[in-house]
Design a protein around this ligand. Structure first.
Ligand code: NAD
Length: 362
């Protein structure tokens, strides 16, 4: 049984320490960080890491068993020396494209890239070209795609028991790069990764954060997405955080509190004058399992078999395109914008200071 050699670039919260923030959570199962995921997976061994912050990297090495000699401030040196099979890119989105492209050039076979995929669509395109050109595979860290509870939601939609899927609702989209990258990927998956035809978007604080083609902050965003298969998504900014709904022709399924509770309603020919009403059905019960581990196992399965992963670099780009679609629509005064976007140069470039990871769960 081959053991794949794994490394993490970006050794901060999601790379190595976020488990300390979510211990005991009813919504997130451990392992959650990339490093903890590689340790938990019996088919991977975490052998190296890279970060610009040596203090964070030293602590990462202590926690996850990466010796000093395999800690690199220059990730290119690590890629050249460590003969890696799987590499995580758990930096912020701004340096992601450059690092992913270098991984592909160095022959890395599988990449676990954090969300959002890239700081611009031009960079996302370059990532697709590099990853596909080298024959690598890539999964984006949009964890709900590997969350068994949302698999169950998709199974119920796909079963047809509620009729055809017509609408999807994201109740709180949040900021486009940090939060919406997750929720937009979830609705792509629930709609079988069908392409979007057009979007309309509004960024409530959007008028203040553009400097030419540069986006100086990660903006809140809301809007509408029309998919080519007729499904429409309403992407809201409301106080209902991490709640999602699918409305089908004869029923609905709703995730409350990020899948902690569910409601399925089905149409029956009762109600006023027999016009039909939605009645509550038994809720699906799905155990909470680690989505990070399932994502890594999905990469391992693809490496073993040559089959495509559940995510993939093109799906990652489709999610990024929805983000930039909302941005472009806002810049055009809320106009309907066809996808793929013609303008691809708009770029996120924040003055971002990395967070201090929590080294203990206390
Ligand atoms: N999937 C999830 O649920 C989830 C949760 C939290 C964060 N994230 C995502 O994970 C990513 C990282 O988030 P974070 O909060 O851990 O970030 P952070 O800003 O705290 O840390 C980023 C780290 O990357 C390092 N870095 C930057 N450029 C580098 C380079 N060229 N070489 C090596 N290291 C480099 C920085 O020094 C820093 O330690 C973000 O994209 C974020 O959106 C995902």
């Amino acid at each position: 049984m081959k053991i794949y050699r794994a490394a993490v670039i970006g050794c901060s919260r999601m790379g190595g320490f976020i488990d300390n923030e979510v211990v005991g959570s009813a919504r997130i199962a451990l392992p959650y960080s990339h490093a903890a995921g590689y340790t938990a997976c019996e088919r991977t061994k975490l052998v190296a890491c890279s970060d610009l912050r040596t203090d964070v990297m030293a602590e990462f090495g202590r926690r996850h068993g990466v010796p000093r000699a395999s800690q690199y401030t220059d990730y290119r040196q690590m890629l050249a020396r460590e003969n890696l099979d799987i590499v995580s890119v758990a930096t912020q989105p701004e340096p992601r494209a450059e690092i992913v492209i270098e991984c592909a050039k160095h022959g890395v076979k599988a990449i676990y890239a954090e969300k959002a995929m890239a700081a611009s669509m031009t960079e996302a395109d370059a990532m697709v070209e590099a990853v596909e050109g080298s024959g690598a595979i890539l999964n984006l860290g949009t964890n709900r795609r590997w969350d068994a509870r949302y698999d169950r939601m998709k199974e119920i939609i796909d079963s047809g028991s509620l009729g055809d899927l017509q609408h999807l609702i994201i109740y709180n989209n949040g900021t486009l790069f940090n939060s919406a990258s997750h929720s937009l990927d979830l609705i792509l998956r629930l709609n079988n990764d069908q392409p979007a035809a057009w979007v309309q978007g509004h960024l409530p604080d959007g008028d203040r954060i553009f400097d030419g083609d540069i986006l100086t902050a990660d903006p809140l965003g809301e809007g509408i997405i029309q998919f080519v298969n007729g499904v429409k998504a309403y992407v809201l900014l409301t106080a209902r955080a991490s709640e999602f709904e699918a409305i089908c022709a004869q029923g609905t399924i709703t995730a409350f509190n990020d899948g902690h509770a569910w409601q399925v309603r089905k149409a029956f020919p009762t109600g006023l004058r027999g016009r039909g009403e939605l009645q509550i059905e038994p809720s699906p019960q799905t155990p909470l399992v680690s989505s990070t581990l399932r994502l890594i196992e999905d990469l391992v399965h693809s490496l073993d078999t040559g089959q495509p992963p559940r995510g993939g670099v093109r799906v990652a780009r489709a999610g990024n395109e929805l983000i930039f679609g909302f941005i472009e629509s806002h810049l055009l005064g809320g106009a309907r914008v066809s996808l793929p976007l013609k303008k691809r140069a708009t770029r996120l470039a924040r003055n971002h200071t990395p967070r201090q990871p929590k080294y203990t769960a206390a």
